[in-house]
Write a protein that binds this ligand. Structure first.
Ligand SMILES: Cc1cc2nc3c(=O)[nH]c(=O)nc-3n(C[C@H](O)[C@H](O)[C@H](O)COP(=O)(O)O)c2cc1C
Length: 350
């Protein structure tokens, strides 16, 4: 059978109606005090499901009180927050679309004003680069986590994952990309710890490793996606010195845990890396035979080629899903696809 973006896809006992994924996108429309989402958020995701998205990965969802990096970020650490997400999962499931909750902790990329007076936390006391989103203050120096606190956060990931499954999600995505907490542990630039979480690459990956180990206790292993990137949202010049070593080490951990879904994040799919003649996806494909999600400014007419040529198994679109809630219908009918404008992000939840 020919592979196409419109053909169904199986990951173990999880079947997707097609290979089109809505990429995770923070929208800031949760109640800032409670971290709960309302019926407008259910309608927003529901619309993408009604028009046929195969899989939706939600915006980043905070796993505890200190996990938020801006205003209006939803949470998954209280019973009421999880209950509020039930509206979303019910709405989406009506249309047979699958939905994963993206579990997020921003670590140092935050500010006391966002965290009710608490300092942001990180592996080491090294400030993020640039200014806090929406506040425009410089990022403060974060408080280095005590060893015992790290184990508590690992448990928080598990508890948030359990809450997500109880709220009706089909799976979770662990956000280990873009310079947020897990990535801060992975990168030697932001991790100067002397304990078992710092030093060698193996030690720096231990936080991710232990999070996966805990999350697997509450989510089946074929329903856990890992998002990884070289790129950091705050430190835009950062690149991996040895990309192949990183890719081998990361895929090694995923294979050890028998995970099935990897979601590498780049701005432009296919761009070669600075220290490697291949693209991030091509490099991951070499070491990863399970489900690979392609993403990054993919032109609507290019998704099918990527699937047909077996470069990846699923195609994620981000911004085009904001400007075209009915993106899948438009792709199928070869209709006009509206470009994304930043105002779409800031003003409308449609
Ligand atoms: C408004 C907006 C919010 C985003 N929020 C997140 C997020 O919460 N988690 C994440 O992993 N990526 C996030 N991203 C990155 C997207 O998932 C995606 O990788 C990126 O937009 C590239 O895909 P695209 O060119 O199809 O939009 C966000 C992107 C945008 C535009």
């Amino acid at each position: 059978m020919t592979r196409s973006i419109f053909s169904d896809y199986k990951i173990g006992n999880l079947t997707l109606d097609n290979r089109i994924v809505m990429a995770p996108m923070t929208r800031g429309f949760a109640d800032n005090e409670t971290g709960e989402v309302n019926y407008l958020v259910a309608d927003y995701y529901g619309k993408r499901a009604r028009y046929g998205a195969g899989l939706i990965i939600t915006e980043g969802i905070a796993i505890n009180e200190l996990a938020k990096g801006t205003y209006g970020i939803p949470g998954m650490f209280t019973h009421r927050q999880a209950l509020s997400w039930q509206k979303v999962t019910r709405e989406v499931h009506q249309y047979k679309t699958r939905i994963f909750a993206q579990l997020w902790h921003v670590g140092r990329v935050s500010h006391q004003e966002i965290l009710n007076g608490h300092a942001p936390v990180a592996p080491s006391p090294i400030a993020a680069i640039g200014k806090v989103h929406r506040l425009r203050n410089p990022f403060p120096t974060p408080r280095a986590l005590m060893n015992t606190e790290i184990y508590q956060i690992i448990d928080d990931y598990r508890d948030a994952a359990r809450n997500a499954m109880e709220a009706g999600f089909d799976g979770v995505e662990i956000h280990a990309a873009h310079g947020y907490l897990i990535d801060q542990f992975i990168s030697e630039k932001t991790n100067q710890r002397q304990d078992e979480f710092g030093g060698s690459l193996q030690n720096r990956l231990r936080f991710l490793d232990l999070i996966i180990k805990e999350v697997k206790k509450v989510v089946p292993k074929n329903r856990i996606s890992i998002r990884i990137s070289e790129k950091k949202d705050d430190d835009t010049d950062y690149v991996w010195e040895y990309p192949e070593e990183m890719v081998c080490a990361i895929t090694g951990i995923l294979a050890k845990h028998q995970l099935k879904i990897l979601h590498p994040s780049v701005e432009n799919y296919g761009d070669t890396l600075q220290n490697e003649p291949r693209s991030l996806h091509a490099l991951f494909r070499q070491y990863w035979n399970e489900t690979l999600i392609a993403v990054g400014n993919i032109a609507p007419d290019k998704g099918s080629n990527i699937i047909e040529e077996n470069q990846a198994d699923l195609i994620a679109f981000g911004q085009l899903f904001i400007s075209n809630p009915d993106l899948v219908v438009r792709l199928k009918a070869d209709q006009v696809i509206f470009p994304y404008k930043v105002k779409d992000q800031l003003t409308c939840l449609n």
